[in-house]
Design a protein around this ligand. Structure first.
Ligand code: NDP
Ligand code: OAA
Length: 266
């Protein structure tokens, strides 16, 4: 579900055999996007007309790489149809009612939701020390073009076109960040879910016209000590909001899902 930057690269990884699975169906609100994806593949999946159809076929897993809205609309019915689900638009899970409904559905239908580490690293270690955490902060720096179109700018006086030096454009909780920048800061949702929650995870978003990277700097402190992670991501060529690492992380999660053998890491 979602045939953009992430969906297309996942489909190509299945087509090339890197992910040992079969892509059976695709859906995107844009028919052009799904047709364009299918045209790139040797093994052609069926394009479905309705996202609910994805889980009505006997598939193992549905992959969401679309939008928070897609998660809100479709996630529960995927679990109800007894399919696993992988979610990239993790920000949707910061709505407690959605999180609780999906979490209960996983238990009830014995299914799993996979959230890849996306554009960051360190979630394994932060998860291990979660009971001892006192603070988690995330500073994300992107080129203004990678922040364009965010809901935040509908009410802010900041004009991205006029930024000439590194400028902090947002400081607040992960909860606010994910709601104001739904397509830019899903990593804040991931951090919140493994760490101290979305009201205590503090986020700074910096626009830097002189950077060609999407950089995420995470600092976690607590009774275990301190951890810092600095991830300088190259943006995807087709969608500069999205880092190459986010795509590779989605591919690795699915590769693991489709494989047996030794599993390394927490
Ligand atoms: N977890 C993480 O670390 C990361 C998560 N993401 C998130 O992953 C998602 C996919 O990213 P990416 O592939 O780069 O995005 P793209 O914009 O490149 O592709 C998304 C595609 O999904 C389509 N789409 C939007 N809403 C729906 C819907 N309700 N149902 C079906 N299709 C829909 C879009 O159509 P249209 O363009 O017409 O809206 C577009 O074709 C985004 O939500 C993004 O924010 C991205 C990077 C990192
Ligand atoms: O890909 C990235 O660098 C991060 C991103 O867009 C997100 O978390 O939504």
């Amino acid at each position: 579900m979602g045939c953009g930057a992430i969906g297309t690269q996942i489909a190509l990884a299945i087509d090339s055999g890197k992910i040992p699975g079969t892509l059976t169906h695709v859906y995107d609100t844009s028919k052009d996007a799904s047709s364009s994806l299918v045209s790139k593949l040797k093994n052609k999946p069926i394009i479905v007309e309705n996202p609910h159809l994805l889980s009505s076929y006997p598939v193992d897993i549905v992959v969401e790489a679309a939008s928070q809205e897609a998660v809100r609309n479709v996630a529960h019915s995927v679990l109800q149809n007894k399919r696993d689900l992988m979610i990239m638009s993790v920000g949707a899970l910061l709505d407690e009612s959605i999180y609780d409904i999906l979490s209960e559905a996983c238990e009830h239908f014995h299914k799993t939701i996979y959230l890849p580490s996306g554009a960051i690293g360190g979630l394994d270690t932060i998860k291990s020390v979660s009971d001892l955490l006192e603070s988690v902060t995330l500073t994300t720096t992107k080129h203004p073009k990678s922040l364009k179109g965010a809901k935040f700018f509908e009410t802010s006086k900041i004009d991205l076109e006029k930024i000439t030096t590194q400028t902090i454009i947002f400081e607040g909780t992960a909860k606010e960040a994910v709601s104001q920048f739904p397509a830019n800061i899903n990593v804040a949702a991931l951090l919140s879910l493994v760490g101290v929650g979305s009201e205590k995870t503090m986020v700074k978003i910096v626009a830097d016209p002189n950077t060609d990277k999407n950089t995420h700097t995470i600092v976690a402190q607590g009774k275990f000590g301190k951890m810092s992670f600095n991830i300088e991501n190259i943006p995807d060529e087709t969608n500069p909001k999205t880092s190459k690492l986010a795509i590779l992380s989605a591919i690795e999660t699915l590769r693991k899902y489709c494989s047996s053998g030794i599993s390394i890491g927490t």
